[in-house]
Design a protein around this ligand. Structure first.
Ligand code: HEM
Ligand code: HEM
Ligand SMILES: Nc1nc2c(c(=O)[nH]1)N[C@H]1C(S)=C(S)[C@@H](COP(=O)(O)O)O[C@H]1N2
Ligand SMILES: [Mo]
Length: 358
């Protein structure tokens, strides 16, 4: 049989003689799958939380799962050496190794040396980008090299081994944290979310960030109108002047962007309950002139603020002029800029993709 790269990868029959060492390698691969999937999922969960306790728990778990992959390198090296001896079909595996290594290195660099940036690309962007690239590669890798799951995979020895790997990874995480703090590395100053302070109290020093593909629109305040809609009532239209006349609340709130920075500012605006009342069901929908939309539970009408000012000045275009949402307790991607409409709708607040698609 010649090489047939289009056929699924099969372990050649002559390797059966390594039968004794096959079991640990199968378990190593299974453990890698659990760690990789766990790190990926907890990474996104970490992007969800803002409050320190939830964020801390998820970040620590995320770091331990990620470092667990590093702990398994000695065992995986044996598997890789054996695999590479076969003649063809290593491209996807090598690409997977490259992106996982890149993600690991960038993640640790971000958590220890701080918000590094090279040619406008941050370590955190490299971290998340290469983790996303790892997903299709890992799927191809696993589908081409299936590892059967057996009942004995959950034996006591397997549990002991899992505790060993998890414990070693937890020790490695703890050691990194201790070194970071003792050496006074920037990482010691990061929030529980992993974000670094940038521009607190100085809005012009705060980064202008869009979630994904959105851009800063040009809005003429002379013709701007805010649409306010409640079920069963005609839509109200508020001019910028009319809105300004309602802004009586001044409040400090902290914006923590999933891009890895945070800033606390003093915002001035009007509470959503002043515009929408206190809805008792459905959800509050806040939509930007660009179409960017987020949905909130009705009880947050009392904490959400539609802000026209920050640090005593009118908002700059990049920061959401003429009016943007201030969503205390929510990560930055909830803080809708360039708001055009606020409404109460019958759908529940979770009736939207967990992260914006725009
Ligand atoms: C961090 C994640 C992983 C990386 C970086 C990685 C990398 C590699 C590399 C570079 C090879 C050698 C090249 C080749 O065989 O084509 C390999 C082989 C292999 N991997 Fe992975 N792998 C990972 C996770 C997994 C997982 C989750 C599974 C299955 C559940 C798996 C199963 C295998 C198998 C069966 C082989 C072939 C061994 C042989 O042919 O003797 N790997 N892996
Ligand atoms: C292949 C999957 C992934 C692996 C192996 C991985 C691994 C890691 C590691 C080892 C760290 C450093 C932890 C520390 O030393 O404190 C880290 C940090 C981080 N990762 Fe991931 N990660 C993955 C995917 C993701 C994804 C998909 C996201 C977000 C969507 C994410 C977000 C973060 C954040 C925000 C930090 C900084 C946390 C902190 O500073 O404590 N990661 N990751
Ligand atoms: N309309 C709209 N609002 C948006 C975004 C966006 O892409 N479009 N990005 C969000 C994200 S991810 C963050 S972190 C904050 C950033 O606010 P800033 O640019 O004022 O710092 O705006 C949020 N509001
Ligand atoms: Mo963000």
């Amino acid at each position: 049989m010649g090489a047939r790269p289009w056929l699924p990868y099969r372990r050649p029959a002559h390797t059966v003689k390594v039968g004794v060492s096959l079991r640990p390698s199968r378990r190593t691969n299974q453990a890698l799958l659990v760690l990789l999937a766990g790190a990926f999922v907890t990474g996104w969960v970490a992007f969800w939380f803002e409050r320190p306790l939830d964020s801390r728990v998820v970040s620590v778990l995320h770091g331990i799962l990620g470092l667990g992959i590093v702990v398994l390198i000695p065992w995986k090296t044996v598997i890789v050496r054996r695999g590479l001896r076969r003649r063809w079909g290593h491209g996807d595996a090598v690409a997977l190794a490259v992106v996982v290594a890149l993600s690991l290195v960038a993640g640790v660099l971000h958590a220890t040396l701080g918000p590094l940036e090279v040619a406008g690309i941050t370590a955190l962007q490299v971290h998340v980008g290469s983790a996303i690239a790892a997903v299709p590669l890992a799927l191809i890798h696993v589908v081409r090299r299936p590892q059967r799951v057996r009942a004995t995979d959950l034996s006591r020895r397997a549990v002991v081994r899992a505790i060993g790997v998890g414990g070693t990874a937890a020790l490695a995480y703890g050691a990194l944290e201790v070194v970071t703090s003792v050496a006074g590395l920037p990482g010691a100053r990061r929030r529980a979310t992993g974000s670094y302070e940038q521009g607190s109290g100085v809005p012009s020093a705060m980064p202008v960030t869009q979630w994904f593909t959105d851009g800063v629109p040009g809005i003429d305040v002379a013709t701007y109108e805010l649409l306010v809609s409640r079920p069963g009532e005609p839509t109200r239209r508020l001019s910028y002047g009319g809105l300004l006349a309602m802004t009586s609340i001044t409040e400090a709130a902290l914006l923590d962007c999933t891009g890895g920075w945070w800033a606390e500012q003093t915002w001035r605006g009007v509470r959503l309950h002043t515009l929408l009342g206190n809805p008792d069901h459905g959800s509050i929908v806040v939509r930007s002139v660009t179409g960017y939309t987020r949905r909130f539970p009705p009880e947050e009408a009392t904490s959400l603020l539609l802000a026209t000012h920050v640090g005593g000045d009118r908002l700059a275009p990049g920061h959401g002029a003429p009016v943007r949402l201030v969503a205390p307790g929510h990560r930055g991607f909830w803080w809708v800029k360039w708001v055009e409409e606020v409404s109460v709708e019958p759908q529940p607040s979770w009736w939207e993709p967990p992260f914006p698609l725009q």
